[in-house]
Design a protein around this ligand. Structure first.
Ligand code: NAP
Length: 280
């Protein structure tokens, strides 16, 4: 009998997730007898659901909104490289002398960097200061990813200043919190801008940012990927600035999980990108 390895993505709600498409593509491509299913799990059911990894039913899975912070609290072993993000999106089995335990990690940090490294090789050469728009969950991963790559300061700009300051104080490295209204002052000596706010979804835009104040060589990237070209990216492209969209981050963040569950490191190919792009 073939042993089918089962993985999941849990969230509340979950039906909009594109992760089943990504992992389903890789399972087929590598001829692996496995499954990856979306399961709606209400917050009150999370703790009990995770026992289904410890019992051996699932080899692991992805965790999305609103469970990432709770997953960080509930797993048995924490990835040392992403523990400081205090939110995990990828869980996998870890064998111990006492049985199966759960290992948690956050692959958004890896996905963000791998997307830039693939889409704009050498992007970090000459990056002194970086601007991160937003101070929510995704901003933590992006700011932590940028801190070792920027020689100067990672500037977290948020509508709610307190959240930007708190995020900066909570993470290691040269990260500083500012209000969103400081963009024009900070832009001229910032070499990369990353949008991690929900602005851009469904075509919404920032009214107040003057991208023309950025250096001509600056890179603008958005982690929002619906639409693929957000108004921010369209404005940046119209000014002749380099741009990278957010779909690649979604694809790359899936790589470490698939490898942990199914034992093969998959690739982010143009074919996979086209498959997911067709659903946006
Ligand atoms: P979150 O924790 O809810 O944070 C939302 C952020 O957006 C906060 O900083 C919030 O500012 C800001 N914001 C919301 N509405 C705003 C407005 N009208 N004006 C100014 N700022 C506003 O969300 P998240 O989990 O970080 O996710 C953010 C986005 O990233 C989502 O669109 C998500 O889909 C996307 N994402 C993409 C990937 C990928 O793989 N590409 C991965 C993760 C997330 P306040 O603090 O002032 O409220």
């Amino acid at each position: 009998m073939i042993h089918v390895k089962k993985a999941f993505v849990i969230g509340y709600p979950i039906k909009h997730s594109r992760s089943p498409l990504i992992h389903g593509h890789w399972l087929k491509r590598h001829g692996i007898a496995g499954s990856y299913e979306p399961i709606e799990v209400a917050p009150a059911e999370l703790e009990a659901f995770l026992d289904r990894i410890r019992s051996g039913e699932f080899v692991g899975g992805n965790v999305t909104v609103p469970h990432k912070e709770d997953a960080w609290r509930l797993v048995d072993f924490h990835d040392v490289d992403t523990d400081h993000l205090k939110a995990f999106n990828t869980l996998s089995q870890q064998q111990t002398a006492d049985g199966i335990a759960i290992f948690g990690q956050n692959t958004d940090l890896y996905g963000f960097l791998a997307n830039l490294d693939q889409s704009a090789p050498g992007w970090d050469v000459g990056v002194h200061n970086a601007i991160v728009l937003g101070a929510g969950g995704a901003a933590r991963a992006v700011a932590a990813a940028l801190a070792p790559r920027a020689t100067g300061e990672v500037r977290v700009l948020n509508r709610t200043l307190d959240r930007a300051v708190a995020l900066a104080e909570d993470l290691p490295g040269r990260i500083k919190g500012y209000g969103l209204d400081e963009f024009d002052r900070l832009a001229p000596d910032s070499q990369i801008v990353v949008n991690t706010t929900t602005i851009g979804m469904h075509g919404t835009r920032f009214d107040t940012l003057d991208l023309g104040l950025l250096p001509k060589s600056a890179l603008v990237t958005d982690i929002v990927y619906v639409p693929l070209e957000t108004p921010l990216l369209a404005d940046a492209r119209a000014l002749g600035l380099r741009t990278v969209d957010g779909l690649g981050m979604l694809l790359h963040q899936a790589v470490p999980g698939f490898e942990a569950w199914f034992g093969v490191r998959p690739e982010v190919t143009p074919e996979l990108r086209a498959l997911v792009e067709a659903t946006l």
